[in-house]
Design a protein around this ligand. Structure first.
Ligand code: SF4
Ligand code: SF4
Ligand code: SF4
Length: 291
């Protein structure tokens, strides 16, 4: 017997988080979940919502969100209301700012330098689903370990911390050299020497020094632009380093405006960087931030 379906509100298909499935009679509903954070209560309710609307499996995406596959489009209206009420609303997937990803950073990871979750939440509030000529993915790693592969995103943000040494007090014990994976520290004639060109500014050498000879400069945020995964992976270009979360938001605002005004819909952002005069844009940003 054919299924009884309610009328479909086709206007909902203009929303980015609703994706037509392989079987065009069904759709996938992608959620908005900045930094992939969800409370146990929301998780439980999400399971109940999925079951209520006949969803058999929930899928975890690469962008730290969830999607509900094989949804009957005739239930979209009440489903979206329930998702909104649960604080796990409809996501984005088109030429817009999509779900912002972040590692747990200073909240839970011993290597964390910046509060990547707080930054993801702030960027989400300001820029999520902003309509643009190209898709923009933003990812944040709290340290140069880069667990979020942030430099493979259109906008990547990495927490960094420069080590500062005081050679006069160094005993030359060599403990710090064992913590540097980049071989950027050497003990020469009993004194520690830092090689800035090798240093990734991960700050891992700061704590182990038993005599506190290596100090950490205040944490900074490194911003890269034009990275991409997918068919033709590209590593983002270095744009600027800034000192505060507020400055990151200001720079991202400028990037979004620049993309909005100048990018074309014909290709992905990374392919357009030279046509968009990236170097000139970088000069403007460096001037603006003093970075
Ligand atoms: S990127 Fe750094 S801070 Fe973030 S999870 Fe990985 S190791 Fe931890
Ligand atoms: S900050 Fe990281 S890369 Fe730089 S010297 Fe220290 S451990 Fe090595
Ligand atoms: S651990 Fe401290 S004292 Fe030892 S070599 Fe490194 S900076 Fe010098």
């Amino acid at each position: 017997m054919p299924r009884q379906r309610r009328p479909i509100n086709h206007d909902l298909y203009t929303r980015g988080g609703i994706i037509t499935e392989r079987d065009p009679d069904f759709c996938i509903v992608r959620l908005r979940m900045p930094a992939g954070m969800i409370t146990p209560g929301q998780m439980k309710e999400l399971g109940e919502i999925a079951a209520r609307y006949g969803v058999e499996m929930v899928h975890l995406t690469t962008r730290q969100t969830m999607e509900l596959p094989h949804v009957d489009p005739s239930v979209l209206e009440p489903l979206l209301k329930d998702l909104e009420k649960n604080g796990t609303p409809l996501g984005a997937e088109r030429q817009e700012v999509v779900n912002i990803t972040a590692c747990l950073g200073t909240r839970n990871c011993k290597f964390g330098i910046i509060d990547s979750v707080a930054l993801a939440e702030e960027l989400d509030k300001k820029f999520f689903a902003k309509d643009l000529p190209v898709k923009v993915r933003i990812a944040i790693s709290s340290c140069p370990n880069g667990c979020e592969s942030e430099r493979l995103n259109e906008i990547g943000i990495t927490g960094i911390q420069k080590p500062i040494r005081d050679p006069g007090l160094c005993t030359g014990c060599g403990t710090c050299t064992h913590y540097c994976r980049e071989k950027a520290i050497e003990v020469i004639d009993g004194v520690v020497v830092l090689h800035p060109t090798l240093c990734m500014e991960c700050g891992f050498c700061i704590l182990p020094c038993p005599f506190h000879i290596i100090q950490g400069a205040p944490p900074e945020f490194r911003i890269t632009l034009g990275g991409h995964r997918g068919r033709h992976p590209k590593i983002g270009r270095h744009l600027v380093d800034v000192k505060t979360q507020e400055e990151v938001v200001r720079v991202v605002d400028k990037i979004i405006y620049w993309i909005y005004r100048q990018a074309s819909t014909d290709s992905m952002l990374p392919e357009q960087l030279d046509d968009l005069e990236f170097d000139k844009f970088r000069e403007t940003i460096v001037k603006m931030t003093g970075g």
